[in-house]
Design a protein around this ligand. Sequence first.
Ligand SMILES: [Zn+2]
Ligand SMILES: [Zn+2]
Length: 313
Amino acid sequence: MKQVIFNVGGALSVYTEFDDKKLLIDVGKSSEFNPIIDFLVPLYKRRNSEKIADSSKYKIDQIIISHPHKDHLSGIKDFNDNFFPDLLTCPNNNNGMPEGHLINWDLVGNEKEEFILTLRAMLEGRQPPLRTTSDQNEFIYYLPPQTVEDEQELKSESYCNNISIATFLIINNYRVFLPGDLQKSGMEKIINQNYSLQNKLKGGVDVLICPHHGLKSSFSTFMFNCMKNGKTNSLNIVSEKINNPDESRTVDARYSSSAYCNGNNNLKGGNSVEKCYQVKTSRGHIFIDYSTKNHPSFEIITDNERLINKFEN
Ligand SMILES: [Zn+2]
Ligand SMILES: [Zn+2]
C-alpha cells in the first residue's frame, strides 16, 4: 500500500500499489525525471515482473490519464514502449463510451503532437472503463464532455481541464482524492452531479493531490466545504508549476494553512515546530506508505535508488 507522487516539475504523475494492483495515474515527465525510464522500468526489471506474451512489455493493471494535456502525458510514448495496461482509462471518443461522453478533440487541440497521437493509437480497439482496477475502489468521476463544451465562456484549456477524470482511492481505510486538473467550475459541477462523490468527500479526505496542481485558478472552497470538517486530514500535495508572473499560475497559499488541512502527518513545515499542511513535489518525490496507523507515513525522497528500494521491499 504505497504511493509516490513524482517530482516531475510542473507535470504530474502518481504511481500506486494496493490490493496487489498496480496503478499509474498520469504520466508527465520533466527534463530531470522520467517516471517510466527512471523508476518503473528499473523497478519491474529488478522484480523480474511478468511480461505480455510474445512481447518485451511489462504487464501493469491500469493507467488512468486524467485528461490529454501534455504535462500529464509527455511520458506516454515511453510508457507504451515498455508497458501494456490491462485497463486504459481516459476521456475519449470511443464508441463504447456512454452517450454524451464523446470528447471534442478539436477543443483539446495539439492533434499533431506525438503524445496525443500515441494516446489515440493506444485507444484503438479499446473501451476505456470508468472504474479502477481494484474492486474495492470503483470510484472514478468524470464530467460528460458535452456539458463542459456547452459552456461558452470556457476556452480550450478549460475544456480539457474540466473533462479531467477524478479518482477517489480508499487505501487501507485512508482516503485519497485526485481530481486531475479540474478547475473551480468543473469541480463544482462534478460534485453536484455525483451523489456518490458527495458521499465520498463527506466521509473525509486524508490526502488531496490538489486540483490543477494547486494553482490559485482552481482552489475550490466548494470542494473543501463538501469534505468532512471542511478540510483534509493529513496533507495537501501540490505539484508546483514553474514560476510564472501570471497570478493564476501561482500556488494558492490556502493549501498550506490549518484552515484547509489538519496536518495530521509526520512531515514538518518550514519551521521544525510548525505542522505541515501542504507539501510541494518540487522538494522531491513524495512517498506515502498507507500501511501505518493513525495517519499515512510521508517521506520526501530525492534519491532515485532510494525510491526504487522503497517499492522493491
Ligand atoms: Zn496539468
Ligand atoms: Zn491540464
